[in-house]
Design a protein around this ligand. Structure first.
Ligand SMILES: Nc1ncnc2c1ncn2[C@@H]1O[C@H](COP(=O)(O)OP(=O)(O)OP(=O)(O)O)[C@@H](O)[C@H]1O
Ligand SMILES: [Mg+2]
Length: 501
């Protein structure tokens, strides 16, 4: 009898231990974190908490939550476990083809819902929750800043409800497509939401498949809008970049005119030597002979006028497309635009043509140097107006200084910007000449540059060589080069030296 009681007791004890083990195992499985469970199980755990109460319906249990606005929370950062097998799901719309992720903003005042939806979407490779807002107002601000493709919008929220927010979003962030997510799935609410501009309506509770399918469907609808905005943005970014490039390119360009109201002063000498020096330092320079009737550039540069500005002139103006074809190369690297071969042809070159030519050359060359005629007519004025800088040449002789004074008086009267005019006193050291400081006083000019008299110049001109090129150590060449460097520093700061003299 005692033995029987003992055996029954042991059996009962074993049974109790077995029941306890099974209970503990089940319990430990239930309390394991979602991320440690198989994906399908985690997806079920991520069902959003239903919270809104439809009129006349019993309110589903809803967790207590703070009513004040909360800071937006980042998407669930938990590491993504690879599923053992892909979850079976109903046929879904395909993921975006472009490889872009669907950017999603969650707007819900319930932190559990935000968290659950965020967690649920975390498993979708083509989706990304880029932000969470706690009410409609914050949702609008975040939508404008983050430009999500999709906004998952709750209806009942403090401060601003989802329908009002949807209405405002259609104006403030038309790019973003709104999906209303709520338990209030009555037709009345659906109608209001759709009238406010929502694209779709996802009643709670919903499965992961239903939500993902809804998001992909709405993304597909919004795709033309996304592409349009992206194209507009890309175009405006490109336009801004081009504008900045053009502005900086324009900053690093120089058109300088060399002028004197008196003939035989040394204008052509200075223009040709300066152009060679600028070409040597900065490269990509062109020398224009705007002394249209009796220009001497061809003589100074020892070239024949096989092609000249006359070749681009026709009845109605100039054919600027031909301009590159009429530029002559010089052995210094300079390009030359020569004046017409006969004085009679000069009349056909109008001031407007000269302006157009100047504009066109400015676009193609870093440096444009223009030799001008001493006559202050419309053609010369067209060149002076287009120039960034005018080198005004005079010599220490009374007649030259008299003309210079007349010019400066006129310039002041016309309120010309005198900072654009640089005084150059040529043959400054000529014996018997008026002292430079006296010239400056007469002309009321603070600064001047000086080019010395150089007896080698005459020989160079007669041989058809440029002194700056032929004899860079001559006094004249050094002073011209110093002048070129000074002007270059002022206008071509970004450019680099391409050749050494
Ligand atoms: N610094 C100088 N040293 C020596 N000779 C010079 C100097 N500057 C100019 N000359 C001489 O003056 C002459 C006239 O120069 P240039 O042809 O450059 O003057 P211009 O002002 O262009 O005259 P035009 O009104 O005929 O166009 C040159 O042939 C040259 O011999
Ligand atoms: Mg000349």
């Amino acid at each position: 009898m005692i033995l029987l009681v003992l055996v029954v007791g042991i059996l009962l004890l074993l049974l109790a231990v077995g029941v306890l083990v099974i209970f503990l195992r089940r319990r430990s499985r239930r309390t394991a974190p979602a991320s440690a469970r198989p994906k399908k199980q985690a997806r079920q755990a991520a069902q959003p908490a239903a919270k809104d109460t439809a009129p006349g319906k019993a309110a589903p249990a809803r967790p207590a939550r703070p009513r004040q606005a909360e800071k937006p929370q980042p998407p669930v950062p938990a590491p993504k476990p690879e599923p053992a097998e892909p979850p079976s799901r109903s046929p879904l719309p395909p993921a975006p083809e472009s490889g872009d992720k669907i950017r999603i903003l969650i707007v819900d005042d319930n932190p559990d819902t935000r968290d659950n939806v965020s967690r649920l979407l975390y498993f979708e490779k083509d989706m990304e929750v880029i932000g969470q807002a706690t009410n409609g107002r914050q949702g609008i601000e975040m939508a404008m800043a983050l430009k999500p493709h999709i906004i998952l919008m709750d209806i009942n929220m403090p401060d601003m409800d989802g329908i009002t927010a949807t209405q405002e979003l259609s104006v403030k962030a038309p790019y973003s497509q709104v999906i209303i997510i709520t338990v209030q799935n009555e037709p009345h609410y659906m109608k209001r939401a759709m009238a406010a501009g929502a694209r779709d309506f996802q009643p709670k509770p919903f499965t992961a498949e239903e939500l993902v399918s809804c998001i992909r469907r709405v993304y597909k609808i919004g795709e033309p809008i996304y592409r349009q905005l992206e194209a507009t943005q890309a175009a405006s970014v490109q336009a801004a970049a081009e504008e900045a490039e053009a502005a900086s390119a324009d900053e690093n360009r120089l058109m300088v005119a060399v002028y004197s109201p008196k003939g035989g002063i040394g204008v052509t000498m200075l223009a040709s030597n300066l152009a060679v020096a600028l070409q040597q330092i900065y490269g990509n320079a062109v020398l224009v002979d705007a002394d249209l009737q009796f220009g001497d550039i061809m003589v100074h540069m020892n070239t024949r006028p096989t092609r000249t500005i006359s070749d681009i002139v026709h009845d109605n103006g100039a054919d600027l497309e031909l301009l590159p074809d009429v530029l002559l190369p010089h052995n210094s690297g300079l390009k030359l635009l020569l004046s017409p071969p006969q004085p009679a042809l000069a009349d056909a070159v109008t001031p407007a043509t000269l302006s157009d030519v100047a504009d066109s050359l400015r676009q193609k060359f870093s440096v444009v140097v223009v030799d001008t005629c001493h006559k202050l007519d419309d053609k010369t004025l067209a060149i002076l107006d287009k120039s960034d800088y005018i080198l005004f040449v005079t010599t220490p002789e009374l007649p030259a200084i008299k003309s210079a004074k007349q010019f400066y008086d006129l310039a002041r009267e016309l309120e010309y910007d005198l900072d654009r005019i640089g005084l150059v006193i040529n043959r400054a050291n000529l014996p018997g000449g008026i002292q430079p400081d006296k010239i400056q006083k007469i002309l009321k000019v603070d600064r001047a540059d000086f080019i010395p008299y150089d007896p080698r110049l005459l020989l160079a001109i007669n041989r058809g060589v440029i002194l700056t090129q032929q004899d860079p150590n001559s006094a004249l060449a050094r002073s011209v080069r110093a002048l070129a460097e000074k002007i270059g520093q002022k206008f071509l700061a970004g450019e680099t030296t391409v050749q050494s003299a």
